[in-house]
Design a protein around this ligand. Structure first.
Ligand SMILES: Nc1ncnc2c1ncn2[C@@H]1O[C@H](COP(=O)(O)OP(=O)(O)OP(=O)(O)O)[C@@H](O)[C@H]1O
Ligand SMILES: [Mg+2]
Length: 256
């Protein structure tokens, strides 16, 4: 299997001297292309910190993140921006949108950054908005959306560039179960049909069990890293099929 991301002896300390806090302690892991990985653990255990380091949005105090065989600490800014813009998709609640721009403009931004031709941008952006069921809100100001709708805009923005890896921090955290199911369905469809690698931080054990692998973190350390057994994986597939069917049935009902 191809390694897509590798963490080597990764540590992160926030603050200095008396207020220093070691949020991650010597993390080693490999993520393979096409995997779906759940990162679970108590609040404050270091999940978001780990995700930010893997996604090259923050730098470690010690250790390395290796992407496609290359040490990220030696990459040029241009290369880093390209990875963040084209290869990665982020679904983070705190990475929010430009509130005064329209929903559509928010989705267009990553396409502009990655220099997609102007004539193609709008179609691509509208397609992504359709997937998250928000085409009708394209012209609304991003601030005027509900929390769940904002979350869905973030997902549209994450998928618009056809990323190879999606990093999602509590993607269903603030959503009602029907919207959450929709997002879950979408993420796993991308994983199963397009081979998009998923790295998902979640408190939701059901969501974690849909993944092929579960990494548990406690006090900044990995305490377990286990593949979901094949039989369990089959169950997960069945669960995903159920989620997909529920979403489809709901969509059809709402069309009537
Ligand atoms: N910028 C920062 N400065 C100082 N400490 C921080 C900073 N960011 C996070 N921490 C601390 O590092 C630890 C890990 O934080 P992190 O955000 O990774 O936790 P988490 O597992 O994502 O928690 P949650 O489930 O609540 O989101 C926490 O104790 C937190 O207080
Ligand atoms: Mg967090």
């Amino acid at each position: 299997m191809n390694t897509i991301i590798e963490a080597k002896n990764l540590s992160k300390t926030y603050g200095k001297k008396a207020t220093a806090f070691q949020a991650l302690k010597d993390i080693n892991l490999k993520i393979y292309k096409g995997e779906s990985v759940a990162i679970v653990g108590k609040s404050g255990s270091g999940k978001s910190t780990l995700m930010h380091l893997l996604a090259l949005l923050d730098t470690p105090t010690k250790g390395k993140v290796i992407i496609g065989g290359e040490d990220s600490s030696t990459m040029s800014n241009r290369k880093l921006n390209k990875l963040r813009g084209n290869t990665f998709g982020f679904v983070f609640q705190q990475f929010f949108m430009n509130p005064n721009d329209s929903v559509l403009e928010n989705i267009l931004l990553p396409l502009k950054i990655s220099k997609i031709k102007r004539s193609k941008r709008k179609n691509k952006a509208m397609e992504a908005l359709k997937i998250v069921d928000l085409a009708s809100k394209a012209k609304n100001k991003a601030t005027d959306l509900s929390g769940g709708q904002k979350q869905r805009v973030c997902i549209a923005r994450a998928i618009v560039n056809n990323p190879e890896i999606i990093f999602a921090d509590e993607p269903t955290g603030n959503l009602d179960s029907s919207t959450g199911d929709k997002i879950t369905d979408l993420l796993f469809e991308l994983n199963r049909k397009k081979g998009v690698t998923l790295v998902i931080v979640t408190h939701d054990e059901d969501l974690a069990k849909l993944c092929g692998r579960i990494i548990r973190i406690s006090d900044g350390k990995i305490i377990s890293d286990s593949k979901v057994r094949k039989s369990t994986m089959k169950e997960a597939e069945k669960r995903h099929e159920k989620v997909a069917a529920t979403v489809k049935a709901r969509n059809e009902r709402s069309k009537k």
